[in-house]
Design a binder for this molecule. Sequence first.
Ligand code: SF4
Length: 347
Amino acid sequence: MDTDIKSMTLEELKTEMERQGEKSFRAGQLYDWMHNKLAASYEEMTNIPLSLRKKLEDQYPYVSLKPVEIQESRLDGTRKFLFALSDGNMVESVWMKYKHGNSVCISSQVGCKMGCRFCASTLDGWERNLLPSEMLDQIYAITRLTGERVSHVVVMGTGEPMDNFDNLLTFIHILTEEHGLHISQRNITVSTCGIVPKMKELAEKGLSITLALSLHATTDEKRRKLMPVAETYHMDELMDACAYYFEKTGRRITFEYSLVAGVNDTPGDAMQLSALAGPLNCHVNLIPVNPIKERTYRQSGQAEILAFKNKLEKNKINVTVRREMGRDIDGACGQLRRRHIYEEKSR
Ligand code: SF4
């Protein structure tokens, strides 16, 4: 691919402009248009001479995502965006409004290889990794479309972020550094299904982001039934990686735990989960699983969810139940994109 200008750090952009024989302050202007003013095209960059804009246009394709469909929940205002990428692929992102600010959940890959059984994003396999610019522009495009500032970002949509590690790090760098949107690292959450070596590598990067581990089961046997990744990385290695992350960063890990009726929601599961989360000082986020029609998993009942939460609290575990946002729209991650692909095929 041609050089992706929106994925360059400010330093890289300075070098690139110098290489082009341009004054180095042009790099600052360009960077400001891309990552602070969130320009959707070179055309908007009015303080950059027309001749340079033309040259950039010819040499550097400009990533700017276009919405294909936007759904808005009538229940809570959550908006789901389906964006088209330049190669015809599509990705989903979700915008949620909370008291503490606006949060965007982005995708990190087109499709996913991980095969988690409760997830619609993986049903058609993996297509490709997203570029840093394509991750950034999900946030930028949503800011342009809503006219509201984004304060929190979660990398929890389609894809396994640790499987696109280098691009993830560049994305975090550009999103959080002072010349761009300057979002606090503390307001960024990255989720993983548990790629142990990458969790350890991330721990060594000196970041203060939150790591969320999709745990969903407390024994290897149960976890293997839900998540094929558990065949490769076992529970003891996973817990070691969590301890290492906490030790290195001082950041408390979140355990994401989807409650599936009759599979992982018994009092015994709650006890085992307490035993895992307690020593690591983890926060537990219980997720009433979002049913997808291709699988038979059912959501645990309200009574079971409450009993599960109470049991954890009794064991002094810090626990929340994730509020279900946008229940009336294609809620589960990957569903909107899938529907579109199949509608297009049937046309
Ligand atoms: S839950 Fe995440 S890691 Fe698992 S298949 Fe879905 S997108 Fe991939």
